[in-house]
Design a protein around this ligand. Structure first.
Ligand code: SAM
Length: 256
């Protein structure tokens, strides 16, 4: 429970600047464009880790009825302004929802953010009706393979050797299968690119936002410091790299 409280406080703190710092409406609209064709507009959608509701609002604008759950009251107060009473504070690992009652659920950029992916997928399997769908947009997208991406990828592996915060299909498919969630594959892929310098990346690691500040302490701090130094030692650390990645939707359904 303490862990959940820490995570909620971290997101409460970044809630005021969250939308703009993560790509604003353009990111949310892009995700909604990817998700909407995979959802049945006649049935409600549960957005698990709804955050500020920015993606849910874009789905609503495309004709979907979206309910949201999130751990952070600060993030959720913004979602409430967008979605009204259809949001509730709740833990993705213990959803305040009846077993077998959900037709379709989505999570965008949730599973890297702290909740144990095994616990979340077990809970999603519990609340989905047989045949119900769970759509995931991982925060990792596909990993960039430039010099920054290689160092950061190595850090992610070292910070989370058990893979509890990993959200790629190679991690989630077998976990889902263990809980009766069938991984159908990747349904949508949207190439994207962004620019960041090694120094800017090193600074975001320092602030802890990249990895989740709750993950940084003790040995984790040492690993982050080491990666910062290696980033700053790259050639031309102030020159932004164009980093190629792709946003993907992973599709799961609850087996019958
Ligand atoms: C990176 S944000 C993404 C928010 C939103 N889905 C979006 O794409 O804009 C991650 C969200 O997950 C929430 N979160 C983290 N752990 C959670 C948990 N155990 N249960 C519910 N929400 C959680 C955080 O409070 C935060 O709002």
């Amino acid at each position: 429970m303490r862990g959940a409280t820490v995570k909620a406080a971290e997101f409460d703190e970044i809630a005021p600047g969250y939308d703009e710092s993560r790509g604003g409406t353009a990111r949310a609209a892009g995700f909604a464009e990817q998700l909407a064709p995979l959802l049945d507009p006649a049935r409600p959608v549960l957005d698990i880790g709804v955050g500020t509701g920015i993606v849910a609002a874009e789905l609503t604008a495309r004709g979907h009825t979206v309910h949201g759950v999130d751990l952070s009251p600060g993030m959720l107060s913004r979602a409430k302004a967008r979605l009204g009473a259809r949001v509730a504070v709740g833990d993705a690992c213990r959803l305040p929802v009846r077993s077998g009652s959900v037709d379709q659920a989505v999570s965008t950029w949730l599973l890297h953010a702290g909740p144990d992916n095994r616990a979340v997928l077990a809970e999603v399997a519990r609340v989905l009706r047989p045949g119900g769908r769970y759509l995931v947009i991982p925060a990792g997208g596909t990993r960039p393979t430039d010099d920054i991406g290689l160092l950061v990828g190595e850090l992610e592996d070292r910070l989370d050797p058990e893979g509890s915060r990993r959200d790629g299909p190679e991690w989630l498919a077998p976990i889902g299968a263990a809980h009766g969630l069938v991984y159908e594959g990747t349904a949508s892929e949207r190439p994207t690119s962004f620019r960041v310098s090694p120094r800017a990346m090193a600074e975001s690691l320092t602030r802890g936002l990249f990895t989740g500040a709750w993950a940084v302490g003790g040995e984790a701090s040492r690993l982050v410091d080491e990666t910062r130094s290696r980033l700053l030692a790259l050639p031309d650390p102030d020159v932004p790299r164009v980093r190629e990645t792709a946003d993907v939707v992973l599709v799961f359904h609850r087996g019958t």
